[in-house]
Write a new protein. Structure first.
Length: 201
């Protein structure tokens, strides 16, 4: 399926929309135009949520013990949810052990950063008006605003009044060399710091 229109009317742009369109236009069409998404629980989503919860608690409480307690608490909520198959539960159990190891490893390496960080917010939503930069969007849609929207995992400063940092937590088995190489062109890597500046300038 080639040359699929971005949308009959663009209401907003996000990194997930941009990346999906770049990766597979057919998937973009079904997900964001037809609003067709897979049913059932998604192991990647649940694993990512567990890790995000743990990292947010780690930076906010400065305690690895409290972070692991939060992970366990949410893990039990997922297991108590409906439509959890035995196979899904086994996979999630394995991933929960890995997440605990990841959090403990992160803290052992970055304990000083965690303790010194002044957390400004976790799961912070932002919106950037793009119409002044992209006339083609305005002309195509005949709308007043087309925002780039997103949710930042963590925003903090190393000390009060210091430099602003954006933390985006990724749970991947490995990082390929080209992943780092192409961060320059990644919409999330480029736009989320702008969103943080708008929220906490």
């Amino acid at each position: 399926m080639n040359n699929i229109p971005v949308s009959s009317k663009i209401t907003h742009i996000s990194s997930s929309k941009v990346n999906k369109y770049k990766t597979c236009q057919r998937a973009y069409y079904y997900n964001f135009i037809r609003n067709i998404v897979p049913k059932g629980r998604n192991i990647n989503f649940d694993v990512g949520t567990l890790f995000h919860i743990g990292m947010a608690e780690l930076f906010e409480s400065k305690s690895i013990e409290k972070a692991l307690e939060k992970v366990e608490e949410h893990y039990n909520k997922v297991l108590a949810a409906q439509f959890i198959t035995p196979e899904y539960q086994m996979e999630l159990e394995k991933m929960e052990i890995i997440i605990v190891g990841m959090l403990e490893g992160y803290y052992s390496i970055n304990e000083q950063l965690v303790q010194e960080a002044v957390v400004l917010g976790a799961e912070q939503r932002f919106s950037i008006d793009l119409t002044e930069y992209t006339d083609w969007i305005y002309d195509y849609n005949n709308v007043d605003t087309v925002p780039f929207v997103g949710t930042i995992d963590l925003v903090f400063r190393k000390r009060k009044g210091g430099r602003l940092f954006v933390g985006e937590h990724k749970t991947k088995a490995s990082i390929a060399p080209h992943t780092v190489k192409y961060l320059t062109f990644d919409p999330q890597a480029n736009m989320y710091p702008v969103g943080a500046e708008i929220l906490f300038k």
